[in-house]
Design a protein around this ligand. Structure first.
Ligand SMILES: [Zn+2]
Ligand SMILES: [Zn+2]
Ligand SMILES: [Zn+2]
Length: 377
């Protein structure tokens, strides 16, 4: 695992150039074996970057040495499993990337005086972006899942890690529903911002109607900043080698229906359900749905009912992580390892992968999604 640790820190160093963050990353578990090679090849190993690295090498080597010697003896069962994953780094193949992991309201959340947020107002963590996935098809097309308030940085990250193209807007944005974290990033495409030209936005019928019939979003439609592409349950959107299928899920549907997505590449497939009320309220069996894919990015808003003491948690239902651990406890190790928890409320202790609760989740064989994780599709 030592080599992977070095590579992971190399990425942290290249991305952040900030000692505080690099030191923090040095303590984290390696998020995903594929992350290391796919992301490195895609983003960091082109000649110009390599040249720049020469100047930073002495510093990096010092860290890598300390880090690697610390970790080689700590190989856990799940790390052994990851080692066995076949690592490929074909820059021309489709890849899915985690661009954000946090619940709609972000982290830190406005007014939060608790330990979860109090230091983040003055010392923000650049990885605390609202939930989003990116897909690069290996041919220069880049797609976003969700239009979050962090969309500008997320699109930049996706382009940097995917096969870059000079285009300055996504080739498509897939929306799940009309809650603030999932669509308000569309504002960056409007007249007050870049005044984009016909960015394809894939949306279900109620979601499309919501955008076309309500200001300020209808301005985006009327001015052709976005081009609404209607999608429907049971229909598949074909994007060259990649297919995307919306799946209806039960959620608080004030303004739109809510969907998750099944995303299929030529080799691997993924399920993305960032918001759902409870697994038991769904007419589908989540265990069957996980069985159909290679990766599942699932709603983990709250760890348990205990972390919210100022709100009636029954009014904001989500599958608690502890409920999911119970529901998935009889799955095989390989099925469990598909599940990556995502969409964390600011109060959820597993945002900090060094917390006891996060260790409990990882030890049980599940994964915790991290920004910049990459997965071959
Ligand atoms: Zn949400
Ligand atoms: Zn907080
Ligand atoms: Zn929601």
């Amino acid at each position: 695992m030592g080599n992977l640790r070095c590579v992971y820190m190399f990425v942290a160093f290249k991305r952040y150039r900030n000692l505080h963050i690099i030191l923090e990353r040095a303590q984290r578990p390696i998020p995903n074996a594929e992350y290391n090679l796919v992301c490195i090849f895609k983003a960091y190993l082109h000649p110009f970057d390599a040249m720049k690295s020469i100047f930073t090498l002495p510093f990096l080597l010092g860290f890598a040495l300390v880090s690697c010697t610390n970790t080689t003896s700590e190989t856990t069962e799940s790390e052994k499993e990851e080692k066995e994953v076949e690592l490929t780094a074909d820059t021309n193949s489709p890849v899915l990337m985690i661009l954000g992991t946090i619940q709609d309201a972000g982290s830190p959340q406005i007014g939060c005086k608790k330990d979860c947020c109090k230091d983040l107002f003055t010392n923000p963590d650049p990885d605390r972006m609202v939930v989003s996935l990116g897909v690069s098809d290996g041919k220069g097309n880049n797609y976003l899942f969700e239009a979050t308030p962090d969309l500008p940085r997320q699109f930049e990250l996706l382009q940097k890690n995917g096969k870059k193209r000079e285009k300055n807007t996504p080739d498509g944005i897939f929306l799940t529903h009309a809650h603030i974290g999932h669509y308000t990033g569309l504002m960056y495409l409007g007249k007050e911002a870049m005044d984009a030209d016909q960015v394809p936005v894939y949306a279900m019928p109620r979601m499309s109607a919501f955008l076309s019939e309500n200001g300020p979003w209808n301005l985006l439609v009327d001015r052709n900043n976005i081009e609404l592409k209607g999608i429907n349950e049971g229909e598949v959107v074909q994007l060259d080698e990649i297919t995307v299928a919306p799946i209806l899920v039960p959620h608080r549907d004030e303004y739109s229906e809510t969907v998750g997505y099944r995303i299929e590449g030529p080799n691997k497939s993924a399920l993305f359900i960032p918001d759902i009320d409870k697994w038991t309220k769904w007419d589908q069996d989540i265990i069957n749905e996980v069985a159909k894919v290679d990766y599942a990015f699932l709603d983990a808003t709250f760890f348990s009912g205990e972390e919210i003491n100022n709100r009636d948690i029954s009014q904001i239902p989500h599958p608690f992580v502890i409920e999911s651990l119970e529901a998935f406890k009889h799955l095989t190790a390989s099925e469990k390892s598909k599940i990556h928890f995502i969409h964390f409320n600011h109060t959820n202790p597993i945002i900090d992968v060094n917390s006891d609760k996060a260790k409990q989740v990882l030890k049980a064989g599940f994964k915790i999604a991290q920004v910049n994780d990459c997965f071959n599709l």
